[in-house]
Design a protein. Structure first.
Length: 527
């Protein structure tokens, strides 16, 4: 299904907008359940609509064969030197980040939805609703974006509080009850999955829990026989559950049994934890599977059966993420299971004992304060060695260069050269260092149409306003001086020197000015 480009103010898909992007090289829609919802487009710079692709404009594409086209707003574009444009876009529901909701408290889902919509500050064209209701306290303690209230990364959001899943269709946002939908799809080795990683993961699942309580002061030790935590019979793996911190006095067998059962149910340590990324073979497209009864429909939220032949068992897992190739109209990959759940269970498996919330808080504060100290000058130091930073009265001071990002791309204009004494305004207040990539286009030495990364030579400059000389090595040294300040970069004239000594240029050597010498091509900033 061909992606279509639209103006930035479009709210519905009714026509071909600014044009169909038929010459797109790739278009992938990635959607994670209660998570990221993005589109990535690769388009040739010589394409029919290349000049129309711009930040804030919208691209419509389908997230699967079975769902409606959605609008995705372009938030970032890169124009690499290989002649391809890369556009990155968020689903239009990310516009909810532009709306703020006032603090409120609700005792049920329906009340929370009502109060959320009533407390929105600013224009919000979205229709927010839920197709079920359930009790439970939800509160917004301070103003936050509407999208954060819906599904922020922490647990303080509507989806987590009321165990729901958000579906976004245009401007419609509906919280649906998390349910099990099984269309009969099976993922099995030799059928439609070629992956053996999961067999190793399943053997990390604990089959039994061994609860015990002990007191070294009174020299007492109480335990129970291992309690079954899984239906797996192919092997036996026991988790030691230390209940010492749960009870001040020796507990009864019944109390220990109850606590162990609650632990098993809450942490699901006996549940087969399925989490793998698969290249799913859509059997409905294969002639030999026509009429086999194998379902061709698979959507996020569906439950599929994953078979583990080695252990003689099977498990069901939820499709939590899809990567859909909009051009070929098929899934590139599926995420089976929840990576967050896998991390949580791994943490449980690796702990040697169960601690209370207070124990964990004390440990965390102890570790944190070990890395914080106040210097004699009044600044505050965080971390150690090459990974530290300092809070000074005038801002942050980092050790090491990190978090690189492209902040100025001059690739389109660079082949024509750059005159001297040109100031490029850039907001560099948050950067400590920039790297400037230079090319050279004097005397057709470099053909701008074939410039690649090997043709770029770099100069590193601190953001301090001091002059730096960039040198481009060729038959004669090409140079250009520049300085970097918090408000931008001042480029001096470019030129070439009448000396072939690159490392030891004589004093007073003549510089022949030429705007096609040592041309700034790209600027990357570092924190």
């Amino acid at each position: 299904m061909t992606p279509i480009l639209h103006e930035a103010d479009v709210t519905s898909i009714g026509n071909y907008g600014l044009g169909a992007l038929k010459d797109a090289l790739s278009c992938t829609v990635s959607c994670e359940e209660n998570g990221a919802y993005d589109l990535t487009l690769i388009y040739p710079m010589t394409g029919l609509h290349a000049e129309l692709l711009a930040e804030r404009r919208l691209i419509s594409a389908a997230p699967s064969r079975y769902e409606n086209r959605q609008l995705f707003r372009i938030y970032r574009m890169t124009r690499p030197i290989d002649g391809k444009i890369q556009a990155y876009a968020h689903h239009i529901s990310y516009d909810l980040n532009n709306c703020i909701v006032k603090p409120f408290t609700a005792a049920s889902l329906s009340e929370a939805i009502t109060k959320l919509k009533a407390g929105i500050v600013g224009d919000c064209p979205f229709d927010i609703s839920a197709n079920y209701d359930t009790a439970g306290t939800f509160s917004v303690s301070k103003p936050m974006t509407v999208r954060a209230a819906l599904l922020s990364n922490n647990s303080d959001n509507l989806a987590s509080t009321y165990d729901g899943v958000w579906t976004f269709d245009g401007l419609s946002c509906v919280l649906r009850k998390k349910e099990t939908v099984d269309r009969g799809v099976k993922i099995a080795y030799g059928l439609n999955l070629l992956n053996v990683t999961q067999e190793k993961n399943i053997e990390d699942v604990y089959t039994h829990v061994y609860p015990f309580w002990m007191s070294t002061e009174k020299n007492k030790y109480y335990d129970l026989e291992p309690i079954a935590a899984s239906s797996i019979t192919g092997y036996r793996k026991i988790y030691p559950l230390d209940l010492t911190s749960y009870y001040q006095k020796a507990p009864s067998d019944a109390s220990m049994k109850k606590t162990a059962d609650e632990f098993i149910q809450k942490n699901e340590i006996g549940k087969i934890s399925v989490s793998l990324t698969v290249s799913y073979v859509q059997l409905e497209k294969c002639v030999e599977y026509t009429g086999s009864g194998q379902s061709g429909i698979i959507l996020r939220g569906d439950t599929v059966e994953v078979r583990y032949l080695r252990l003689g068992v099977s498990a069901t897992a939820r499709i939590t993420k899809t990567d859909y190739n909009a051009l070929l109209e098929r899934y590139d990959s599926l995420q089976v299971g929840d990576a967050k759940e896998r991390l949580a269970r791994t943490t449980i498996r690796e702990r040697s004992r169960v601690t209370t919330t207070n124990d964990r808080a004390v440990d965390a504060s102890r570790v944190a304060t070990d890395y914080i100290e106040e210097s004699e000058t009044g600044s505050i130091n965080f971390g150690v060695g090459d990974h530290s930073y300092i809070i000074n009265p005038d801002g942050l001071e980092f050790r090491g260069v990190r978090n690189s990002s492209v902040i100025w791309d001059n690739s389109a204009n660079a082949p024509g050269g750059l005159d001297g004494n040109v100031f490029v305004p850039l907001d560099l207040a948050s950067y400590s260092v920039v790297a400037v990539g230079f090319i050279d286009n004097l005397g057709s030495i470099f053909d701008s149409s074939v410039i690649d990364n090997n043709s770029i030579q770099w100069a590193i400059a601190p953001v301090n306003g001091k002059s730096v000389r960039a040198t481009y090595t060729w038959d004669y040294p090409r140079i250009r001086e520049f300085s970097v300040s918090k408000t931008g970069i001042q480029f001096g004239p470019g030129g070439w020197l009448e000396s072939k000594k690159i490392n030891n240029i004589p004093v007073g050597v003549t510089m022949n000015k030429n705007k096609k010498c040592c041309i700034p091509y790209i600027v990357m900033g570092f924190l």
